[in-house]
Design a binder for this molecule. Sequence first.
Ligand code: CP
Length: 348
Amino acid sequence: MKLPSATATDLNKPGLRHFLKTQDFTKQELTEILDLMTLLKQARKDNAVPQLFKGKSVAMIFEQPSTRTRVSFETAATILGGHALFLSPKDIHLGGKENIADTSRVLSRMVDIMMARVDDHKTVADLAEHATVPVINGLCDWLHPTQMMADIFTMMEHLPAGKDLSDLSVAFVGDATNVASELMFICTKFGMDYKHIGPAKYQVPQKWIDIAEENCSLSGGTLTITEDTNAVEGCDILVADSFYWFGQEAEKDDRLATFIPEYVVDQRLMDKAGPNTMFMHCLPANDERETTREVMDGDNSLIFDEAENRLTAQMALLVYFTHKHTKPADDAIAADHDAIIGDFLTKL
Ligand code: CP
């Protein structure tokens, strides 16, 4: 017979959910997160963020470097009254002395939520499978869902007059990156007209297209996949991303030769898109490679609002995924423990 556990951790969390990809969530649920972002951003403006993560911890596992994701999660935890732990493979046993399942079960006993940036989607999926706390995908080879919450929120903040999200036309130019996949899924889910513009050799795979087309059939959005950069004409938002990422260094020369100059989001392409087209990039950007400094610093660039909204998103995600599992404070029970432990300490 299995021994009863002596855990003080709530291992049974009804309704526990993970944030591995936006596609796992309905439009209504994603809108709830966006609405929470609005409230928390306003509270941050007023320097009055409710302490909704007080006494809680987020374990942040990073297999790859990060500026925005790391700093935004760590800062979000602090602003909300909690704590973030930065864990790189150099610091913990993950994937070396200890398998993912055991690491996940141990961390679940000590922290309230995990976030992982991983080389392979399977790693974050395995973490989630064995976790008894929510797991957030902080980027993998396939997806980047936390970036998407910041991106859609940034679009909401800069909606052209008279338009709502479903009226937007979004064109992504470049490689089929983890940002491209998420953007394609969430834009089609919200009923936007979405275009992926890139060379045939590095186009989006059919399995992504199937997901996005299913989204369009439900939302009324449209999907266009094309090699033709003239397709940027008239779009509200033009998005660029890196031409190669970690693990693709061997393909660097071929990729750069394929993408440059045709798929560089430079002023030529911005002009082709139109005078009101806004520019987005998740950053870090290689200026003078997939885009130019002129476009990044241009009047129509949203890139630094977009980067700041990573913090807005992480505040909302930490709260959204933990609040259901937070026991309400009971002052009487706390006072009892205080008295008993205080009495114990005075006798030492
Ligand atoms: N956009 C993004 O994920 O940035 P970092 O790699 O700096 O986290």
